[in-house]
Every structure is written in structure tokens, then in C-alpha cells.
Design a protein around this ligand. Sequence first.
Ligand code: PLP
Length: 400
Amino acid sequence: MKPLRLSQRATKTPPSPIRKLGKHARDAERKGIKVHRLNIGQPDVDSPPEFFEGLSVYQDSVVKYDESVGSLDLRQSWSDFILRTSNLKVRPEEIIITVGASEALIFAFMTCCDPGDEIIIFEPTYANFIGFAALAGIKLIPVATYLENNFKLPPREEINVVFSNRTRAILLCNPNNPTGTFYTQQDLALLLEICEENNIFLIVDETYREIVFDSLTPFSVQHIAEDNKRVIVIDSLSKRFSLCGARIGCLATSNQEVISAISNIAQARLAAPTIEQFACAHMLKSLDQNYLNSLRSCYESRRDALINALSDIPQLTFSTPSGAFYLVARLPIQNSEHFCRFMLNSFSYEGETIFLAPGAGFYLTPNAGEDTVRIAFVLEELRLIRAVTILKTGLIAYLS
Ligand SMILES: Cc1ncc(COP(=O)(O)O)c(C=O)c1O
């Protein structure tokens, strides 16, 4: 039989660099090797007990569809939580609950762009933006940022030159995955100004909003652009609340035209999960600033332990994260994917190895980032220190 033709959309969607070596990790585990997973942003921190309490008090005898835009209970609790912890007014009518930030991003892309339109991003970039853009038929246009200056935003002129008549939005993740860079209010104000000049949207992915270090004050782009119709915020409970599997995120904007267009898209996919929304609402009603403070200090200690240990490896350079829970490291090798495979397939140190995310998958520019990896500090300090010892011995074995 002649092979059946698959769509360009299906064949052009790249695998996630974070997940694509998963099979090799499972094979290593089957051989009895302990794998320290630093490839994926899956926190090991317990999900809040208030979430499980919410699950246990769910009472309906039928698990019904919820509203397409999300339950009012969750939108109200999320709105109250943002007001309580960030002193920011985001009304429930300005929020659409989604199946994770992932779905919110796809909705935002599809609402701002037609197929063939362009969104400007900064690379290295969260790799799944590339997959979402492929699904929506959108072209991502990269602007380079560099490890040497901790992936700061480039000057305005470098952003201006990538504009075309198909540019519809700038997308920024703050604090950033994969680099851990925290962009300042001035950075956001600059991007907003550029978006205003060109009459396009500014989409800010704030999945890691309150995870910032060194006494920095977290903020939302909505703090500097209250009621600004071109701003769309993407949010998620996955990371700050250790609820990756609950699949609850949201999109927030004061632009009612966007809200009503996305409501229709949301109706096409019916609804987000009912019980998880109920439990998340219950949880958000109970948590306060103390929860966020202890989360921040947990990841800050991990960051410190990791960068301290990495500083011991000669010829390795890395970004110092001010937020989120990732950093990008440049290794003294040419092809980090080859090295990551080697670590999983051919190397172990005292029965243990590490799983890192190869850096090239976080770039759109061909051949960029090939000597880098992303490291997620989602494990306890002692495991991070152990992982760096394994990295050090792995590099010696790989290079010999
Ligand atoms: C920047 C960023 N945006 C979105 C997501 C997806 O989050 P969710 O689990 O809410 O779909 C992730 C997950 O790693 C992320 O790092």
C-alpha cells in the first residue's frame, strides 16, 4: 500500500527536546540505573494539601462539563488570589481557564494570528512555543539573546529589524524558561512601546511569575499595563503550585474582543477538567503570600546549591538564573544531544546517571545552542549536588 499522506502540520511539528530522549531514560532505569531527571520542569515539591482537600470534598454525583471559559468559582478564586498576593485587579470576566498554559498559548496564537502570520520571540526560547506555533501554522521569528550577558533583551534596533507586515505579536516568558532570566519592568515597558508603535499584541507567559530570587520583586506585565488591550497574560498552576498533572492554566486580558473570540474557541473544545478546577479553586481560597514566600526560598536554595556545584567544573559556563527553575549551561563539547544520549545509554557513575535537555531544541536558528544544555533544578539540593558530580565524571569519560 502506498503510504497515506500526513499533513505538513503533523510532520513539521518537532519533538520536544525536553521529552524526546525519554525512552533512553526509561531503558537506563530498566537496566537498574538511577536517573536524575534534570531535563523536565516537573517539581518534586509536594502539591499543596489544600488541593487534595478540595478533591476530597467534591460532591457532585455526576462529573459534568464545566463552563467553556472555566468555572466561575475558579475564575473568582484566582482573581482574589492575584489581588491578595500581587495587589493586581484581574476580574473573573477577564480570565479564561484552559487546559494548562499550553492550551492558553495555542488559543492566544490562534486568536492573534492567521496561518502564515509571525510572532517575535527571544531565543533560546521555551521549546514548546515552537510546537504550538507549528500547530497554529504560525512562523516564530527569533531575536538572539546571549549567555555571556545572562540572556538580557537586545537593544530596540535588533528587535525592530525583524518586523515584517505579517508580525502580529511579541511573545516573552518572564521569568524565562529556559534561561532563568528575570526581565525588568523597564524591559517590559520597552516591549510594550514597540508593540504600541506597530499596533500588535504583547503576549507574556507568566507561568513562573512568583519564582524570583535575590530579593527581587515579582510583577506581572499587567502591573505596568493595567487595562491595556494589547496585553495577553498566560498563566498556569503547574509550576508554582506543583500541579503539572492537574492541567489547569489560564489566559487573562482586559481586551473583551479577545475574550469573546477565545470563548468561542473554548466552546469548540467544550471545557477544562471539572474536578481539577473545583480542587484548584478550593486551594487558591486557602493559600496566601506565605506559601509563595516558602516556594521562592526553596528554589533559591536549590539554585544556589546548583550554581555552587557547577562552578567546580572547569570549562563550563552557565547563566545565573534570577527566576524560574532552569539554567542554560555551555559544555566543552560540540553536540550536547550526543552527550545527553551518551549519559543515558553508555554511562553511569556508581549506578546513577543524569538526564539533561539538549540546548539546540530551544533555538529556531539552525546549529545554535548545540553546545548547551538546559538544567532544571527541580530536585532537592543533595540530589542536585550529586547530579553535578555525575555530570563532571560523565564529561571526563565522554571527552577521553
Ligand atoms: C514557559 C512555559 N509555558 C507554558 C508551559 C506549559 O505549562 P502547563 O503545564 O500549564 O501547560 C511550561 C511548562 O513547562 C512553561 O515552562
